[in-house]
Design a protein around this ligand. Structure first.
Ligand SMILES: *[C@@H]1O[C@H](CO)[C@@H](O)[C@H](O)[C@H]1NC(C)=O
Ligand SMILES: *[C@@H]1O[C@H](CO)[C@@H](O)[C@H](O)[C@H]1NC(C)=O
Ligand SMILES: *[C@@H]1O[C@H](CO)[C@@H](O)[C@H](O)[C@H]1NC(C)=O
Ligand SMILES: *[C@@H]1O[C@H](CO)[C@@H](O)[C@H](O)[C@H]1NC(C)=O
Length: 359
């Protein structure tokens, strides 16, 4: 009855002895590896004896998928006929710059373009001629979403501020903060709406009603963890004053347009009046006025006329004490007929250089 037991023990011991001489033991990072959605990550595993792994068989596989590994290394090369989803984004790599790679027993896996399907456990299985072993690494993938987008809707004395952001994993939390003269206030997001995108990432949406008079700075922060968050803030006060200045700009422009219109009309009427006057004037026999009267040229030829007040008809003309400023006192009588030259007989002409008399 003892023979089978003795036999079993001998075989067992023999196997133990063989394994001890060439045992494969795998050490993997125990902490959960954290990767970012769409980026790359290294899952570090290495043989504890630092034995050369180049001639060993290395199989990286997901749980329950031993027969379809995501990476299979055999006979010194990677066999690519397995899992399509990992074919172009998995490779063997050195776990750090000091590592000499497979030569030194480093069997770490590099994954690129991480997706949500990569979250979870990865098995690393290494086998030699006489021994094999298996160990696991855990991977977690997070996705940092887009910068939150704030939009405003103004009512009489309040403003409805909404905040939205997409591309998160897992579901983020959202927090409102408003800063006013009374101090900082945290608002509970009563309206918190999650939705799932086609790729499995999350969108978050929330809104708050604030009194537009006492809220200055409003911020919306969407958070996964302490170092995975996105915050956007907006100065409501500045926005309000920008809106006001917009109104003032419009009012100012309207006022300016009115003034310009008035000036334009005035100029038009003046021109019309002046040309009528000139038409009448040019019909006078006294002097032929050139058709294009240049006011500058006229000013160059200006002379000062001093009237002989004794001989002037004071009924129709008014003078100052020097006799060199004259006003028409008979506007009604001579209306439209030009200057009543017959009203005076004697006057002196004063130019800058000379002084002469004419009559
Ligand atoms: C396995 O890894 C742990 C932690 O990195 C380390 O303390 C331990 O010495 C390693 N064992 C071997 C045999 O390399
Ligand atoms: C892997 O890359 C090759 C060439 O770069 C390409 O032809 C093939 O479609 C890719 N396979 C997958 C699953 O992306
Ligand atoms: C993955 O990371 C997120 C964010 O840090 C955390 O909430 C979640 O519990 C983690 N999942 C696992 C499986 O570790
Ligand atoms: C605030 O605006 C959002 C849309 O931007 C709307 O769904 C919500 O009902 C509004 N809240 C109030 C109280 O009007």
């Amino acid at each position: 009855m003892k023979e089978p037991f003795v036999c079993f023990s001998v075989v067992f011991l023999g196997v133990r002895l063989i394994m001890a001489s060439d045992t494969i033991a795998i050490n993997c990072t125990k902490a959960v590896i954290k990767g970012k959605y769409g980026s790359s990550v290294i899952l570090p595993c290495w043989l504890t004896s630092e034995m050369n792994a180049e001639s060993l068989e290395i199989r990286w596989y997901r749980p329950d998928q031993f027969s379809s590994p995501l990476l299979f290394y055999q006979n010194h090369k990677i066999i690519t006929k397995y899992q399509d989803t990992y074919r172009n984004r998995s490779s063997l790599t050195a776990r750090n710059p000091q590592s000499a790679g497979l030569k030194q027993g480093d069997v770490s896996l590099r994954l690129d373009n991480l997706g949500l399907q990569d979250i979870g456990v990865f098995h690393c299985y290494v086998s030699g001629d006489k021994s094999y072993n298996d160990n696991t690494v855990k991977l977690n993938v997070t996705a940092l979403g887009s910068l939150p987008f704030l939009s405003l809707k103004y009512y009489h004395d309040s403003v409805n501020v909404s905040c939205s952001s997409c591309g998160w994993f897992p579901q983020p939390s959202l927090m409102w903060k408003s800063t006013s003269e009374k101090g900082d206030a945290l608002s509970d997001p009563q309206s918190l709406i999650y939705s799932e995108q086609e790729n499995g990432l999350f969108c978050i949406y929330s809104w708050v009603i604030l009194s537009s008079s006492d809220s200055n700075l409003i911020s919306c922060s969407v958070t996964l963890s302490e170092d995975e968050k996105r915050i956007v803030s907006m100065d409501l006060g500045a926005r309000l004053s920008v809106d006001n200045s917009g109104v003032w700009k419009i009012l100012f422009t309207l006022a300016l347009l009115c003034v310009l219109a008035l000036v334009g009309t005035g100029l038009f009427l003046y021109r019309k009046h002046k040309s009528e006057y000139e038409k009448v004037n040019s019909a006078e026999p006294v002097g032929e006025q050139p058709k294009d009267t240049n006011l500058k040229d006229l000013r160059k030829a200006a002379v000062t006329i001093t009237f002989d007040m004794e001989t002037c008809n004071k009924e129709y003309l008014r003078f100052n004490s020097q006799g060199d400023v004259v006003r028409d006192n008979a506007a009604d009588k001579y209306k439209g007929l030009g200057f009543p030259y017959e009203l005076c007989k004697m006057a002196s002409v004063l130019t800058p250089s000379q002084k002469s008399h004419f009559s």
